[in-house]
Design a binder for this molecule. Structure first.
Ligand SMILES: O=C(O)CCC(=O)C(=O)O
Ligand SMILES: [Fe+2]
Length: 266
């Protein structure tokens, strides 16, 4: 039985930024209300995988468990667009990545019973550093990429919660087979439907096994500093924005989707 994280709800953007910088993640309780959870669940449930868009739909027959991922989810249904800039969360994202930051991906992800535990990993290590260098208080590695998880279920150990190793981004490396960092073990996010967690790409984490009889519904939004490229497959100009959804987007949403003010290299 693994430990679960004490889920601390910070009240100000400043405290939330501090948590993300120090612990590697920050928790947003009740980011969605019950009606939004229900609506989002239904929207995600009806999305069909488009293989040309790099979506996946593995089934118990083909892979041993259901695994359905829908890329560029903001482009599928206008209901999904609003989740790229939820109030309070987007303020933290912009404080971390800058006011010109953008969305680099959005994935609707459904994982069914039988999904095995992932290895402890980082999503991306922007800046490998020797442990004595990163331990120097003058060294502060910027947060280049974050991922936001909206959980649409009440998480239990059986449903396969995400686990984090608090502070592990301060190791300057990936886990490389380690299963704890400075005594910190992977700890489960046992949160409720409608809660969200934002985490940096270099914190050690993993999705755990789904041993329940239920499908876990997760909506991910990936954010980054503007210089990190967006990842909207299929590439080579084959991805097309849905014009009807773009027409509904606010200025901020358009910027997050890539309507940048010209800068270096543009
Ligand atoms: O499934 C999860 O909860 C986490 C997934 C994850 O970290 C990943 O696929 O990179
Ligand atoms: Fe990951």
């Amino acid at each position: 039985m693994s430990e679960s994280l004490p889920l601390v709800a910070y009240q100000t953007t400043e405290e939330r930024v501090h948590a993300l910088e120090n612990d590697g993640y920050v928790y947003f309780p009740k980011a969605l209300n019950p009606n939004e959870v229900k609506e989002l669940y239904a929207v995600m449930d009806r999305q069909q995988a488009i293989p040309e868009s790099f979506d996946r739909h593995d089934t118990p027959e083909t892979r041993g468990f259901l695994n359905r991922t829908i890329n560029n989810a903001f482009n599928r249904d206008e209901i999904l667009l609003q989740y790229i800039d939820r109030p309070e969360i987007i303020e933290v994202v912009e404080a971390i990545h800058g006011n010109d930051c953008h969305v680099i991906g959005m994935t609707a992800w459904m994982t069914g019973p039988g999904r095995p535990q992932q290895g402890l990993h980082i999503d991306w290590l922007p800046f490998p550093l020797p442990s004595d260098v990163i331990a120097d208080p003058r060294v502060k590695v910027p947060v280049f990429i974050t991922t936001l998880h909206f959980y649409l279920d009440n998480l239990t150990e059986e449903l396969g919660p995400t686990q984090f190793v608090p502070g592990s981004h301060k190791s300057g490396r990936g886990p490389e087979g380690d299963i704890e960092w400075q005594g910190n073990q992977p700890q489960s996010i046992l949160c409720n439907a409608g809660d969200a967690v934002l985490f940096r790409s270099d914190v050690w984490h993993r999705g755990t096994a789904n041993t329940s009889g239920q499908i876990r519904f997760l909506l991910q939004v990936h954010y980054a500093r503007r210089m990190i490229t967006q990842k909207f497959p299929p590439y080579l100009n084959r991805f097309q924005f849905n014009e009807a959804i773009l027409a509904k987007a606010t200025e901020r949403q358009l910027r997050l989707l890539g309507n940048h003010r010209p800068g270096s290299y543009d």
